[in-house]
Write a protein that binds this ligand. Structure first.
Ligand SMILES: [Fe+2]
Length: 457
């Protein structure tokens, strides 16, 4: 397993800031915090400042006497001091594990690049079970039970993909460059159609909005409450539920909504009962009446009938970037879903041997060289420039907003068309609301959000 060194000093400092923030939130000063946590004032100052590591016993005590959780006091570890982590193919190979299912060798797993900063759990997986048909009941097909993580899968070679949705089993014959995006907990499995050519996948699993805080909160609230939060994927019913939940939350009568929005009572009743779909101008009026943004009344519309979305290499979209005139990269769109607007899977072909445009995105990024030739990756972080070689089978993790560029050794040539980079970009925890909130705080307070360094008064 590739475990990268973490920034221990930064971890201590952030842990101290979290403890200080918690004490601030609970209106405890240094003396009160020390007394309630059973330590001296000198000790609590050492913890707050990050000069001393906070013992686990202090976190346990805080969770016992204060209304918070141990995990609220534990910061994230930063294992990416240069902005990018590269894992070469040799290190990936050395992590190889072969797993059996029902007594036959089924998969060979290899780790690829990952970081504690993002929820990617990407694996290179070779199919060891070979089938000679497309029957989901073939004795060489052994299913998993599904998993919490979302899965984006990129296929190389003659791989059969099997998935089950609502009790029905399906088989898809995949070819190199095909891709699939799948919903959590859908059972699935993979086999090879022959053993004479490479048959493997890049299984790029990642945690979405359900993993982490949402999962912990739902688990503590219990299944009957969790069920009340669950909305199906029908955009129309989602919109009705959105409208109703905002009206309920504000404790508004139909008459009050009508008076505020100038939409008639009869029409509002029709809308909340699902007898009609609101027009855009009605949504604007209702949003103003409810004092929410228009986007808060617009439905989310997933597009994965049957739990997956599939993009075949042969009919996927391809374009030049940044433009046809300045063709530094050829980009191909891979599988995705409207449920995850911030997840983007792309196949990128660098076309230049120098001076390629730097690419930057707000997302966490995972890269894997799926091509046959090496490429050079250049990036800039905190004022320093870096360069790394990405050979076939090498992979990388890139932090958000890092300008990166990719070039091949000689272009335009046959080499360029053989250079292919798989990129999966995912959102972290900083969604649209968080971005707006971050920019709307009192000027100059951003550093205090990240590292509270003072008592509030
Ligand atoms: Fe999986």
């Amino acid at each position: 397993m590739n475990v990268h060194s973490v920034d221990d000093e930064g971890f201590r400092r952030r842990a101290g800031a979290l403890l200080r923030s918690a004490a601030n939130d609970l209106k405890r000063n240094t003396a009160a915090s020390a007394e309630e946590l059973g330590v001296t004032e000198e000790q609590i100052q050492e913890y707050f400042s990050g000069r001393h590591e906070i013992p686990g016993s202090v976190h346990s005590k805080a969770a016992a006497v204060w209304p918070l959780n141990e995990r609220d006091l534990l910061p994230v570890r930063n294992d990416c001091p240069e902005g990018v982590i590269v894992l070469d193919v040799a290190a990936s190979k050395s992590s190889s594990r072969v797993f059996q299912r029902e007594d036959i060798d089924y998969y060979e797993y290899r780790d690829t690049a990952m970081s504690r900063l993002a929820s990617f759990r990407p694996e290179w997986i070779r199919m060891l079970s070979v089938v000679d048909d497309d029957d989901p009941n073939n004795p060489n097909v052994h299913w998993n039970k599904g998993h919490l993580l979302y899965q984006f899968t990129y296929f190389v070679g003659p791989v059969n993909y099997y998935y089950r949705w609502n009790g029905e089993s399906h088989v898809l014959r995949m070819e190199t460059g095909d891709s699939i995006w799948g919903l959590p907990f859908s059972p699935h499995t993979f086999t090879a159609r022959n053993d004479s050519e490479p048959a493997y996948i890049l299984a790029l699993t990642y945690g979405g909005e359900l993993m982490g805080d949402a999962q912990h909160e739902l688990a503590a609230l219990g299944p009957s409450t969790a069920r009340k939060f669950a909305w199906d994927e029908n955009p129309w019913t989602t919109q009705i539920r959105l409208l109703r939940s905002h009206i309920d939350a504000a404790m508004l009568s139909v008459a009050e909504v009508a008076q505020r929005s100038k939409v008639t009572q009869d029409r509002i009743t029709e809308l909340v009962e699902g007898a009609a779909i609101p027009s855009y101008s009605e949504i604007e009026s209702l949003a103003a009446a409810l004092r929410v943004s228009v986007r808060d009344l617009l439905p989310v519309s997933p597009d994965s009938p049957g739990g997956i979305s599939l993009v075949r290499a042969v009919d996927s979209r391809r374009w030049l970037y940044p433009s046809a005139q300045q063709a530094d990269y050829s980009v191909r769109q891979l599988a995705g879903n409207k449920l995850h607007p911030y997840t983007r899977a792309l196949e990128i072909q660098p076309l230049r041997d120098s001076d390629a445009a730097a690419i930057s995105t707000h997302q966490h990024q995972y890269l894997y060289n799926v091509g046959e030739t090496p490429m050079t990756m250049r990036w800039e972080y905190l004022g320093k420039r870096y360069e790394a070689r990405l050979a076939p089978g090498d992979s990388a993790y890139v932090m958000p907003f890092i300008p990166t560029s990719f070039t091949v050794d000689s272009a335009p040539a046959a080499q360029a068309s053989a250079a292919r980079l798989l990129a999966l970009r995912i959102a972290g925890r900083i969604g649209v609301e968080a971005r707006v909130a971050l920019g709307s705080m009192h000027p100059g307070s951003l550093e205090r959000l990240l590292n509270e360094d003072r008592q509030w008064y």
